[in-house]
Design a protein around this ligand. Sequence first.
Ligand code: NCD
Length: 345
Amino acid sequence: MFSPVTTLLPQLYEKSFNILVVLDYGVLMNDLLAQFRHRDVISMLDFNRDELEFLFRLTDRMLDSINEYRDLLKGKVLAIAFFEPSTRTRLSFESAMLKLGGSVIGFSSEESTSVAKGERFSDTIRMLDSYADALVIRHRYEGSAKLAAEIAEHPVINAGDGRNEHPTQAMLDLYTLYRLKGGIERLSIGIIGDLKYARVVNSLLYGLTIFKPRKLYLISHPLLKLRDEVRRFISSKGLQFEEVFDVNEVISELDVLYVTRIQKERFPDPLEYEKVKGSYRVTADLVRRGKEDLLILHPLPRVDELDTSLDGTRHAGYFKQASFGVPLRSALLALILGGLTSGCS
Ligand code: NCD
């Protein structure tokens, strides 16, 4: 029978990163495939460099020729359990699954489920686990995806657990840096906005502890600084960074500016939000003082922190970034749900 992977592997080999070339390729490929198969995706901290680079190479492949894999996940069902709002993450997971020939079930708000009638989280997860081959979960509570993974037999993917993590967004962000900047190590990166409550920031920083950019600036209002436990952790991993309150001080040095919105819904005290509301804004005027090829990224949605006048400029990478969600998540689902074999055992 035609196996898509027989066409995949030679290409991966040719295009692969050095690590794949210098190690025993067949063994490594088998190991990597085995490491992904049936795996939960709860935290960026669970992934190593080889695995992420492998995922990025397969994402390249999905981006170029996803059609070759259109039957890869035929007969498989993905359950989407979104207890919190989402546009891009949910729809890109759905699109990724459909493009690989699989099907999708699920819900996108708590109100439309029996949770609204008082059903326990664990019962909802148990039921979805019996209907599907993998689960994608978003929930306002930290640790909810981990708990779901303990309950479910099938793989669970964390699509955001409170203010904690959003690992597939970080994978997508790192992939965008590879794709649009050709790598990460040489880059000077600024992350601006809500560093206290934005889960995308935590996951991205955990990912950057692996890829270590040349310079990292964490730019925020004093009340939106990185939480102590995250700061301590990334320091312990040797990630060098500087905390800055005013983006104007560093704009001319940056290759990438990653913008986040203030996570209003996560503030325990509305008065705390009032103090920081509108405290930063990335404008055309600011960007003009940056490098010619400054790349602006944003996980979206944006509110008022990123000027729409930048949308048509060469700096705007955020729509491209969002579009990579489908090939990246296709690659991830293909690896987790199987269908790919190395053919070189
Ligand atoms: C992010 C999230 O949900 O954490 N959105 C996304 O998945 N692209 C960022 C945000 O909501 O600000």
